[in-house]
Design a protein around this ligand. Structure first.
Ligand code: NAG
Ligand code: NAG
Ligand code: NAG
Length: 192
């Protein structure tokens, strides 16, 4: 009888020990499950923005600057490998003089060898009203000579915490001599 109980006892002990190990992991001090409602995360909404993005290389106050032009890019029709940094105004209308809504800060890099295709990595920093100081982060591919380019919104801060969505860019004007461009951005963001 005692011999039969012995293995069962060890099995029981083993089960108990593994249970307490799991218990310890889920009860660790550095992590806990929280109620989303306590953080004001109740209902997701969809917000649409239309802003005009001014990428200016020319004149006394450029907003975009070439930071890398590797030798190989000189012979490349797509300037493959080159990188520009920007702090571009985002305005309500297509004229630079229209109301400043925010700025597009980040960089874009020529990531395609066959046809123009940029890797865009930028934050839209809003500067007006309740959105002042909130940001959304856009990371995606921008085939600049296509009519409509779509890029993912991969996150945000402030009023745009937990943001997901997409941006559609359409060129409004482009000066081939200077490289200056005005681009209409329609951004659709799901956030709380
Ligand atoms: C660019 O092309 C020219 C002409 O084919 C060649 O002589 C030159 O070495 C190339 N430059 C680079 C950086 O590849
Ligand atoms: C936006 O916030 C900044 C920093 O808090 C402040 O200086 C600025 O006046 C605000 N702008 C508007 C339009 O409210
Ligand atoms: C492009 O920019 C140059 C230099 O500022 C200017 O002379 C020219 O008129 C512009 N072209 C267009 C199409 O706006």
């Amino acid at each position: 009888m005692a011999r039969a109980i012995f293995p069962i006892f060890f099995l029981f002990l083993f089960a108990l020990l593994s249970c307490s190990a799991i218990f310890e992991v889920t009860q660790a001090d550095y992590v806990e499950t929280q109620d989303a409602k306590l953080h004001g995360l109740k209902r997701r909404k969809l917000t649409h923005f239309r802003v005009y993005f001014h990428d200016i290389y020319s004149g006394p106050n450029p907003t975009a600057v070439a930071v890398l032009r590797p030798p190989i890019s000189i012979n490349s029709s797509t300037l493959f490998g080159s990188i520009s940094m920007m702090d571009d105004p985002l305005t309500e209308g297509p004229e630079l003089s229209s109301k400043l809504v925010g700025r597009a800060q980040g960089f874009y890099a020529s990531a395609a060898q066959q046809q123009a295709g940029l890797l865009m990595a930028m934050n839209f920093v809003f500067l007006q009203g309740k959105y002042n100081g909130s940001t959304i982060t856009i990371l995606g591919r921008n085939a600049v000579f296509s009519k409509v380019r779509e890029m993912p919104v991969i996150g945000g801060s402030g009023l745009f915490r937990f943001a997901t969505g997409y941006a559609q860019a359409t060129t409004y004007s482009f000066n081939l001599t200077t490289g200056d461009a005005v681009v209409e951005y329609n951004v659709y963001v799901l956030h709380y």
